[in-house]
Design a protein around this ligand. Structure first.
Ligand code: GLN
Length: 313
């Protein structure tokens, strides 16, 4: 099936913003000093069709750091580069059921990180980024995520510095992975690249464009560039379905019915294969680290617009 017509979708996007704009549940993340001051009133919703049609409302042009949402796109780029099986040998594709920064994501499974969408598995994935030098490896990530967004992304240096300064947990995860022979590359460099990828600035519209690229077989709907192959989109979306919303992924799949990825600054991208994607931003998070308004707005849109991949009608 297709998305409904332009007017119907535009009106639904407006309403999803209006209905949850004043919802005052959740908390701005306090663990990262540079993110703690985010304005809790900010709320943006964007929907981009695979044909490039766009709908944006509210603060959909407000930039924030992509954080964990980067994990989905780096995973796709690495799978494209070294192949599904080589990635699978290093990082599994299952939910860990524990918070995103937990060491259990490694120890649970005899040192094999199971879940590329929490920190341990994402750090292992960033360790697989190809390149002859440190700059080359960072360039692979920066160029790749920029191709998904269809514009040149930039790092928020304040957030990067703030997260780099208090990175003991992620460094610990990297060293533990290395101890299990599960990290390619130097732990300090890999964590630096991972922290930088998390600090890339995007807005809700960028997220919708990035998601619509995965929805459309890897073709960016704005630039027309083939960023990854259709089979890589399929692999990435199947991983997001079970892991994209941390330990609430099952609940999300039940409620929304479409693969998605969230990040602690308040973004969510939700992908409806063959149709398009929704990007939302609101920094008020639930206790798993998922944006509350983003979740509610996305669930409403999924129902109204038929984005649920499990619906028969
Ligand atoms: N940069 C954050 C971290 O590594 C990203 C976590 C997230 O968005 N869940 O802890």
């Amino acid at each position: 099936g297709h998305l409904p017509g332009r007017d119907v979708v535009g009106e639904a996007v407006q309403r999803a913003h209006e209905d949850f704009r004043l919802l005052d549940e959740g908390e701005v993340i306090q663990d990262v000093p540079a993110l703690a001051d985010a304005d809790p009133d900010l709320f943006g919703v964007a929907l981009v069709h695979v044909d490039g049609t766009e709908h944006t409302v509210g603060d959909s042009g407000h930039r924030f750091t992509i954080q964990s949402i980067s994990k989905a796109f780096v995973y796709a780029l690495v799978c494209q580069e070294i192949g599904h099986d080589a990635v699978l040998a290093k990082v599994g594709v299952d939910n860990t059921g524990v918070p995103f920064d937990s060491v259990l994501a490694i120890e649970h499974n005899e040192g094999h990180p199971m879940n590329p969408m929490v920190n341990a598995g994402a750090i292992a994935t960033t360790g697989l980024v190809p390149g002859a030098s440190r700059d080359g490896r960072w360039g692979f990530v920066l160029d790749g995520l920029s191709r998904f967004a269809g514009r040149d992304l930039e790092v928020d240096e304040d957030v990067f510095a703030s997260e780099s300064k208090e990175n003991e947990r992620n460094l610990g995860l990297a060293h533990l992975l290395q101890g299990h022979d599960r990290l390619s590359g130097d732990p300090a460099e890999v964590v630096d690249t991972y922290t930088r990828q998390c600090a890339l600035l995007v807005d809700a519209r960028d997220l919708a464009v990035m998601g619509a690229t995965l929805a459309g077989g890897g073709v960016n709907p704005v630039t027309g560039v083939q960023v990854v192959d259709p089979s890589i989109c399929r692999d990435t979306l199947s991983v997001l379905a079970s892991t994209g919303m941390y330990e609430r992924s099952g609940e999300w799949l039940f409620e929304v019915g479409a693969p998605a990825k969230s990040g602690i600054s308040g973004g969510i991208v939700t992908v409806s294969p063959g149709k398009g994607a929704i990007g939302t931003y609101s920094p008020l998070l639930d206790d798993a680290g998922n944006s509350v308004r983003g979740r509610r707005a996305t669930a409403q849109l999924a129902r109204e617009l038929g984005l649920d991949v499990f619906a028969s009608l």
